[in-house]
Design a protein. Structure first.
Lengths: 634, 178, 162
């Protein structure tokens, strides 16, 4: 009570945009009160409800010296400090009473916890390993021009409670490093490497600080995601240097086999390097980054809120609408906007059509990888019917262009609905017939059983998601745990298998298709009436929000900070394969080269074929590439 | 063995579905998003589609009294945003999808319009067709306001701002004296 | 890598058309989103069946007559792409499939891409689309082989008095 009464006397009337201002002579008292309140609040002892003084722009007029000492107010965001009774936050606060600066509620079930950068490892270790959080994403943002610091955010989610917590730390200009959390939380590996190369923030203590996504010959001191870098600057291309792969231990002769960038059965180029002892794989190293196109930077500079979904779809041609949906969800959460009911159901139909086509694609490609080409042809024949269905409803076989902020772009007329329902029942019938004939084949099962096992503890440690997690016995599904669109009204299941091998993943995906067909039939039959699009009128700037969608490969996480000029200030796309690929070396260890392609294929990414053989003499360190002449001689 | 026979049966009964393209055509549903076409007679050269195009397939260039709008099909993602924003329905998306070409120049469409000069400062600011379209579309609205209002349409945005602020200043001075 | 378009006759378009055997294709993905790649594989499946024309997919560029390229060439993939291009023997046909390969697509001015295949190697056939339908792909490959006519041509319109 004391705080509100004193503050009330000091505060001036509210400005039109909802922020309040303070006369500068009262600032020292205000500062002391806020820090006393925060200290008590951080101990889990909420005193009262206070309207936060937001809007650092107001305080900035003539007060630049005060800005440096204010590190508890986040720019341009309007906060309401509620009594936070969430279990997880209280546990963290009670274990680390002096390290938590502030906790606020961003949007429904999304909380922001501010901590000092030196405390990052221990708090994240506790949250991930003891409290069982799932590592969702991590990102860094450049606020140098406006505030002289960077911020880094770690986002963790708890599927059972359906909540998200964003852990935020600030990094001052001139002191651009932070302690790495990779030794406690192994799945943070790639994210910290990416922040290092794109923003220049150095993770101290990281075991593997090589380049991840930028090309090998990109100059060391140019950081693309900083605000002073123009998106169309292209340094001249050079042929050197090349990526430094891990070298084998001295004194042991291993074969290094590159699973080079171009593979027969489609998908992105990615470069795996196996260290083998005869036919057994001992260790794996990999080089990603062949697909890096710099889309986050283009979205911040050249596009607007309305046109970003078209680019988001083209992140991946197979699961495009998932990305458009995650972006739209994050934006609509930031604007506190609800799309019309009919639009939500149509969006659900589009997402499930995509899941069916993606899993049928995978089943065909996996059959091809084990030598069962009839499977490829038959599964893709059924899949083409799904593509006709998509073309009927949206106008394009892939990359539908339907999901935009505010609703969807096209409506489903009654006659199209009839044709669609007929196509869905045909797909259902043909798919069940095919499943009965293929999944019982003895030879197929022998190739897939007990290959590429991932135990449940390792799956938790690396925070894998999607069918890979469900096949290792972890029951997570964002459609059920973080409900969105029309899923709360629909009836479906998410099967879980305990095996952890490639056969378990196949069975999980095969059942997922049947559940998706069930959802499409339910949704098309009971579409509610109404408009399909209402435009968003106001999107407040400076708001952090996270959108989560269950794609065919796992949970897709999009993190945005809204900006001022009709575009985002920061957009971070985290596809589920990013998390699953980090667990692949574990899955490959101990199995033969012949099984390597199906193991890598079982997490459903994009890969490639071996093209050359590289032999390294471990004693002298010299490399020699065997040319076609050498290979043909023998 | 049983399963292999099942697979054979599926292949024989359901597997023969090939469309003999290019002799047979696959059924194309209504509403397929194919090539967008610009109708030169209706187009007024306003540039709304240029601003809205996400991959910059439509580009606009003003040079010495001529505005050139170029559409490059090699970059068009067939999203239909240009159709949504066009004020005169001059660009529409049709169902043609056979767009292969042996060279890059065949994939371009070029339109050229004459630019109009500002009556006050003499700089080029927009096309003649845009001005005609504005006059005809808003002729009912501006009828009651007199000649000065219609004259303002032929001024560039900077001169229009200056002109209008002088009018406001007059009004303010006049009101203060009363 | 300069950014000018090179003349597209140095790959041997006329020689390829004289070859009597069925052409073998090799598919190179230089960093695209996979939409065009799955449409390429879709041409093999029962509905479209490109093997009717004798076209076969091979797993090494040294066996290839036609190179199907997708993706806006990303900086990381330039080296490996050029390896594949030089390994394919002449005469060959380079076919740019999809918007990203034709002109850079929606990432045409990004710092991480080269802006399309024609900025890196001479290109013979362009097939626009995002992604192009399998029928459009077959049409494009047959156009390169000289078996169908081109349907699109350049159009220029000028206002009177210019």
């Amino acid at each position: 009570m004391l705080y509100t009464e004193v503050l009330h006397d000091l505060i001036h009337p509210t400005w039109p945009n909802g922020t309040t201002s303070l006369h500068y002579s009262h600032y020292p008292i205000f500062r002391q009160l806020v820090s006393m309140y925060d200290r008590d609040f951080a101990r889990g002892v909420p005193k009262c409800k206070v309207q936060a003084i937001g809007g650092i722009e107001i305080l900035r007029d003539g007060l630049s010296t005060f800005i440096n000492s204010v590190d508890t107010i986040i720019p341009n965001e309007w906060y309401e400090l509620n009594e936070i009774t969430m279990d997880i936050i209280t546990k963290i606060r009670s274990k680390f009473p002096d390290n938590v600066i502030k906790v606020t509620e961003l949007r429904e079930k999304t909380h922001l916890m501010e901590i000092k950068k030196a405390d990052l490892p221990q708090i994240l270790d506790y949250a991930h390993n003891s409290l069982g959080g799932h590592f969702m994403t991590m990102t860094g943002t450049d606020y140098i021009e406006s505030l002289d610091h960077f911020i880094i955010d770690y986002v963790l989610g708890w599927y059972e409670e359906g909540v998200l917590v964003v852990f935020r730390a600030r990094i001052r200009k001139g002191d651009e490093n932070f302690p790495s959390v990779t030794q406690y939380v192994p799945c943070a590996d790639w994210y910290e490497r990416e922040v290092k190369e794109s923003l220049g923030l150095n993770p101290i203590g990281h075991p593997n600080p090589r380049k991840l996504l930028l090309s090998d010959e990109w100059p060391e001191d140019i950081y693309p995601l900083r605000k002073n870098f123009k998106h169309d600057t292209r340094p001249p291309y050079k042929a050197e240097p090349r990526y430094p792969f891990e070298a084998p231990e001295n004194g042991k002769m291993f074969n290094i086999i590159p699973f080079g960038p171009y593979h027969f059965a489609i998908h992105e180029p990615i470069y795996f390097r196996f260290l083998t002892n005869g036919e057994r794989i001992v260790n794996t190293d990999l080089r990603a980054g062949f697909n890096y196109r710099g889309l986050e930077k283009i979205a911040e500079t050249r596009l607007t809120y309305e046109t970003i979904p078209f680019m988001a779809e083209r992140v991946c041609g197979i699961c495009g609408s998932v990305h458009a949906e995650a972006y739209t969800q994050a934006l609509e959460k930031a604007a506190k906007f609800e799309a019309p009911e009919r639009a939500k159901w149509i969006r659900t139909v589009m997402l499930e059509i995509e899941r069916v086509h993606s899993h049928l694609l995978w089943l065909g490609v996996a059959s091809h990888m084990v030598g069962f080409d009839s499977g490829l042809m038959q599964f893709w024949r059924v899949r083409d019917k799904d593509m006709f269905l998509a073309e009927l409803l949206t106008g394009n076989r892939k990359l539908y262009g339907m999901i935009v902020p505010g609703g969807v772009r096209r409506d489903i007329r009654a006659d199209k609905k009839e044709k669609a329902l007929k196509l869905v029942s045909e797909i259902h019938e043909e798919y069940e017939e095919l499943l009965r004939a293929t999944l019982n084949l003895g030879t197929l099962k022998k190739r897939l059983k007990d290959v590429g096992c991932l135990r449940k503890e390792d799956a938790k440690k690396y925070s894998v998601m999607g069918p890979v997690a469900r096949a290792s016995g972890i029951s997570i599904d964002s459609r059920r745990d973080y409900p969105y669109e029309a899923y709360p009204h629909l009836d479906f299941e998410s099967p879980v298998e305990p095996g952890g091998d490639v056969l378990a993943r196949t069975i999980v995906r095969a059942h997922d298709v049947l559940q998706s067909i069930k959802i499409i039939e339910q949704a098309l039959e009971s579409l509610p009436d109404g408009p399909v699009h209402t435009p968003l009128d106001y999107i407040p700037p400076g708001v952090t929000s996270v959108g989560l969608v269950e794609g065919p490969r796992g949970t897709d996480v999009h993190y945005i900070i809204t900006g001022k000029e009709d575009t985002v200030y920061r957009w971070r796309v985290r596809a589920p394969t990013y998390a699953n690929l980090q667990a692949t070396p574990l899955m490959l260890e101990g199995y033969t080269l012949a099984d390597a392609s199906i193991i890598i294929g079982s997490i459903d990414p994009c890969i490639s074929c071996a093209e050359r053989v590289l032999v390294v003499d471990a004693n002298s360190g010299k490399e020699r590439i065997l040319s076609s002449k050498d290979l043909l001689k023998r | 063995m049983k399963n292999i026979l099942r697979l054979l049966k599926i292949g024989i009964t359901r597997g023969r579905v090939t469309y003999r393209y290019p002799k047979d055509r696959t059924p194309v549903p209504e509403g397929l998003r194919g090539k967008p076409e610009l109708n030169f007679d209706d187009c007024i050269g306003c540039g709304a589609c240029v601003k809205a195009c996400p991959p910059n397939a439509l580009v606009m260039d003003d040079h010495e009294g001529t505005r050139t709008i170029k559409l490059f099909y090699g970059q068009c993602i067939m999203c239909g945003t240009c159709e949504e924003v066009c004020p005169v329905d001059a660009i529409r998306v049709f169902e043609e999808f056979e767009l292969a070409s042996l060279n890059r120049e065949d994939l371009e469409e070029v339109l050229q319009f004459a630019l109009a000069k500002c009556k006050s400062c003499g700089n080029y600011f927009t096309t003649n067709r845009v001005l005609e379209n504005t006059l005809s579309a808003y002729s009912e609205l501006v009828k009651g306001y007199g000649e000065e209002f219609t004259e303002m349409i032929f001024l560039c945005p900077d001169c229009r701002r200056k002109d209008w602020s002088e009018v406001l200043a007059e009004v303010y001075r006049g009101a203060r004296h009363e | 890598m300069n950014n000018e378009h090179r003349a597209n006759t140095s790959n041997g378009l006329d020689d390829i058309r004289k070859l009597a055997k069925s052409p073998w294709v090799f598919h190179v993905n230089t960093g695209g989103c996979n939409g065009c790649d799955i449409e390429i594989v879709d041409t093999l499946t029962p509905y479209f069946d490109v093997e009717r024309f004798g076209i076969k997919r091979v797993s090494s560029p040294k066996h290839a007559d036609i190179l199907l390229v997708t993706g806006p060439v990303t900086r990381q993939s330039v080296g490996t792409f050029l390896n594949a291009y030089e390994a394919a023997p002449d005469p060959k046909l380079v076919v740019a499939i999809g918007n990203c390969a034709c002109g850079g697509g929606i990432w045409h001015d990004s710092f991480a891409t080269m802006g399309g295949v024609s900025n890196v190697v001479p290109t013979d056939v362009y097939i626009p689309g995002c992604p192009p339908k399998p029928e459009a792909l077959i049409h494009g490959i047959l156009l390169g082989l000289g078996k169908v006519e081109q349907k699109i041509s350049r159009k220029t319109f000028k206002e009177e008095g210019l």
